[in-house]
Design a protein around this ligand. Structure first.
Ligand code: FAD
Ligand code: DLZ
Ligand code: SF4
Length: 513
C-alpha cells in the first residue's frame, strides 16, 4: 500500500474531509502548513488570520490525539518554504511518500496550483471532490444546463425536495416555499439582541495573536474585540446558543441594522461553516429541530435554512460554473477607485462609518450591512469590481473566493449583467433609514434630496440610474424608477449629476489596499 501524504488546508478542518476518509494512521502523514503565500494573496483581516491559524493548530492537536502523524509547519518555522507547493515538496521528501491526496480547494487559484502538482511531483496526485456541500458541482451544472437565468429560488426548491429539509411529503412545510415577506422588520425600541457565544483566547490563541501582530502589523482590522472560537466544540456551542437565543427572531429582524449591534439575531456561524468546523447539514438540522420542537417559528427557520441550503450552495455552484471569466466581468463599466473610507471608516456618512467600523472590529458584518450599505454604496459610486472584490475577500473572517465573488459580482455590483440578480440592489437613503437607526445620528438629512445636507445616497441613486440607462433602462423590474426619471425636468437631472460628481470626486481614494 502507498504511503500517503494528506494535505489539509486552513478551510478543511474536519475529520470528515474527503482527503482523510481512508487515512491509515499507522502509515500516512497529514501535512498542515501556515504559509506566507496564502496569508498574503490578499491582506487578510488580522482576526481572520488568527482564527484560521488557531483553528489549524487545534485541529492538528485533535488528530494527534487520535494517533495520527501530523507534520505541522508553523509560519515562523525557519525552514518554512512560504508556499503550499514548497511545503508539499519538502514533506514528500521528508517522509518518503509515494502518493499525495488532496481535497479540491475553494478557490480557482489554488485548484490550478494543485493541478500543476501532477507535473511537478513524482508521486501519484489524487484530488478528491469536496463533499461537504449539499449540492455537488456536477449536480449544480446539471441544474444550470440550458437555463437562461439562474434564479436561486428555483434551485432552492429543488434542494428542499432533494434533502427533505422542511418538507411535508412533496409540499413545502406550511404550504409556502419562502416566507421572506415576513422577514423585513426594523428593530423596534425595547427589543434587545441576545448575548452571543464569544470565546476568550487561551495561551495558544494569544501566541497566534502575537505572531499576527508581529508579522502583519499593517493589515486591516483590530484584534481588540476578538471572540471567535477555534475548535469544533466551540463552534457547536456557538451554534447551540444561536438556535436557543437568536433563531426565534432571526426571520423578523433579518434585514434590520442597529448601531453598536453587529450580530443582532444572525447566526454568526459563517467562519465556522466555511473553515469546516460545522457542516451545512448539521446547521440546517439544528434549526429545523428547533422548529419541530416548537421553539422557533417557520418564517425564522425557513429564512435561515434558505440562506444555507439556498444561497450558500447556489453561490458556490455559480462560482465554479462561471470561473475564471466571472472575476473580470464589469457589465456596468465601473471604473472609479475604491475610496479610503472602506479602509479607515472615516466618513461623515454614518451608515458607512458604522458598517466599516463593525467590519474592522469584528471581521464581521451581517448580510444587509454588506449588501445594502457597503455594497450599495460601491454599486452607486461605480467603484472598480476588482478592488471591491479584494476588499470583501480580505475584511471578513468567513471570506473565500467561492462565496465572496458571486456575492460581490452578482449580488452587490450587478457586474455580471444580471445573471444572479434580476435587478441591481440599488437603494436610496430611505431604505437605510427604514431598516436602521443610522440616519438619526448622521450629519446628513435622509429626507433631503438637494443641498449640502442632502443624504448622498439620494442623489447617487438617481445618478446611478441615469449613468446606466443604456444598460438598465429596459429592465422590467426598473420600469417604475425609469418612468419617474423620464418625468424629471432636465435641470433636476443636471443637478443630480453635478451633486453626485462633486461628492464622488471629493472622496479621498489614495489607499493601495
Ligand atoms: P446568517 O445571516 O445567520 O445566515 C446563515 C448562513 O447562511 C451564513 O452563515 C452563511 O453561511 C449563509 N449565507 C447567508 N447569506 C449568504 C449568501 N448571500 N451567500 C452565501 N452564504 C450565505 N458569506 C460568506 O460566508 N463569505 C463571504 O466572503 C461573503 N461575502 C459576501 C459579500 C457580499 C457583498 C455579500 C452581500 C454577502 C457576502 N456573504 C459572504 C454572505 C453573507 O453576508 C454572510 O454569509 C453572512 O453575513 C454571514 O453571517 P451569519 O453567519 O451571521 O449569517
Ligand atoms: C485563507 C488561508 C490563509 C490565510 N492561510 C492559509 C495557510 O497558511 N495555510 C493553508 O493551508 N491555507 C490557508 N488559507 C486557506 C487557503 O487560502 C484556502 O484553502 C483557499 O483560500 C481556498 O479556499
Ligand atoms: Fe447613511 Fe444617508 Fe442615513 Fe446618513 S442619512 S446614515 S448617509 S443613509
Amino acid at each position: 500500500m502507498a504511503k500517503t501524504l494528506r494535505l489539509i488546508l486552513a478551510d478543511q478542518l474536519t475529520r470528515e474531509i474527503a482527503s482523510l476518509k481512508d487515512l491509515d494512521a499507522e502509515r500516512d502523514v497529514v501535512l498542515m502548513a501556515e504559509v506566507m503565500e496564502e496569508a498574503t494573496y490578499v491582506g487578510h483581516h488580522k482576526q481572520k488570520l488568527v482564527f484560521l491559524f488557531a483553528a489549524m493548530r487545534a485541529f492538528a492537536e485533535e488528530l494527534r490525539g487520535e494517533g495520527v502523524t501530523v507534520d505541522y509547519v508553523a509560519l515562523d518555522d525557519p525552514d518554512n518554504a512560504g508556499s503550499l507547493g514548497g511545503e508539499v515538496k519538502r514533506a514528500l521528501e521528508r517522509h518518503g511518500c509515494d502518493r499525495l491526496t488532496l481535497t479540491e480547494p475553494g478557490e480557482w487559484r489554488v485548484l490550478e496550483m494543485m493541478q500543476d502538482w501532477r507535473e511537478e511531483f513524482d508521486v501519484d496526485v489524487v484530488i478528491r471532490e469536496d463533499d461537504r456541500f449539499l449540492c455537488s458541482r456536477a449536480r449544480f451544472e446539471a441544474w444550470a444546463h440550458g437555463r437562461k437565468g439562474l434564479r436561486m429560488e428555483f434551485f432552492y426548491r429543488e434542494m428542499r425536495k432533494e434533502t427533505g429539509l422542511l418538507m411535508d411529503g412533496d409540499a413545502p412545510e406550511g404550504g409556502q416555499w419562502n416566507y421572506d415577506v415576513e422577514n423585513r422588520k426594523s428593530l423596534p425600541k425595547g427589543v434587545t439582541p441576545p448575548r452571543r457565544a464569544r470565546f476568550a483566547p487561551d495561551a495558544t490563541v494569544r501566541e497566534v495573536m502575537a505572531l499576527v501582530e508581529a508579522r502583519f502589523p499593517r493589515n486591516f482590522g483590530t484584534l481588540d474585540h476578538y471572540g471567535w472560537g477555534w475548535t469544533r466544540a466551540q463552534a457547536l456551542e456557538a451554534l447551540d446558543a444561536f438556535v436557543r437565543e437568536a433563531l426565534p427572531r432571526f426571520g423578523d429582524y433579518q434585514d434590520a441594522m442597529k448601531a453598536g449591534e453587529p450580530f443582532l439575531f444572525h447566526g454568526v456561524v459563517s467562519p465556522y461553516l466555511n473553515a469546516g468546523l460545522l457542516t451545512a447539514r448539521e446547521v440546517c438540522d439544528a434549526a429545523v429541530a428547533a422548529y419541530e420542537a416548537g421553539a422557533a417559528p417557520l418564517n425564522a427557520v425557513e429564512g435561515f435554512v434558505r440562506q444555507i441550503l439556498g444561497w450558500r450552495e447556489y453561490v458556490r455552484g455559480v462560482y465554479w460554473l462561471k470561473m475564471p471569466e466571472y472575476r473580470d466581468a464589469n457589465a456596468l463599466g465601473a471604473e472609479r477607485k475604491l475610496p479610503d473610507l472602506y479602509w479607515t471608516a472615516e466618513t461623515d456618512l454614518n451608515c458607512l462609518a458604522q458598517c466599516v467600523g463593525d467590519t474592522r472590529d469584528h471581521a464581521y458584518a451581517h448580510h444587509i450591512q454588506r449588501l445594502m450599505v457597503l455594497g450599495n454604496f460601491a454599486l452607486l459610486g461605480g467603484f472598480r469590481p476588482r478592488e471591491v472584490q479584494d476588499w470583501y475577500l480580505l475584511v471578513y473572517a468567513d471570506a473565500y473566493e467561492w462565496v465572496e465573488l458571486p456575492n460581490v459580482q452578482g449580488m452587490a455590483l450587478f457586474a455580471d449583467g444580471g445573471m444572479l440578480a434580476s435587478k441591481p440592489y440599488a437603494a436610496s437613503g430611505a431604505y437605510i433609514d427604514r431598516m436602521s437607526d443610522y440616519c438619526k445620528s448622521c450629519r446628513y438629512d435622509v429626507k433631503a434630496k438637494t443641498g449640502d445636507d442632502a443624504c448622498p445616497f439620494n442623489y447617487l441613486y438617481w445618478d446611478f440610474l441615469i449613468r446606466n440607462e443604456a444598460t438598465l433602462g429596459r429592465n422590467p423590474r426598473l420600469a417604475m424608477p425609469y418612468r419617474n426619471l423620464s418625468r424629471m425636468p432636465r435641470e433636476r437631472v443636471d443637478e443630480i449629476r453635478a451633486d453626485a460628481a462633486r461628492f464622488l470626486d471629493g472622496l479621498p481614494a489614495t489607499y493601495e489596499g
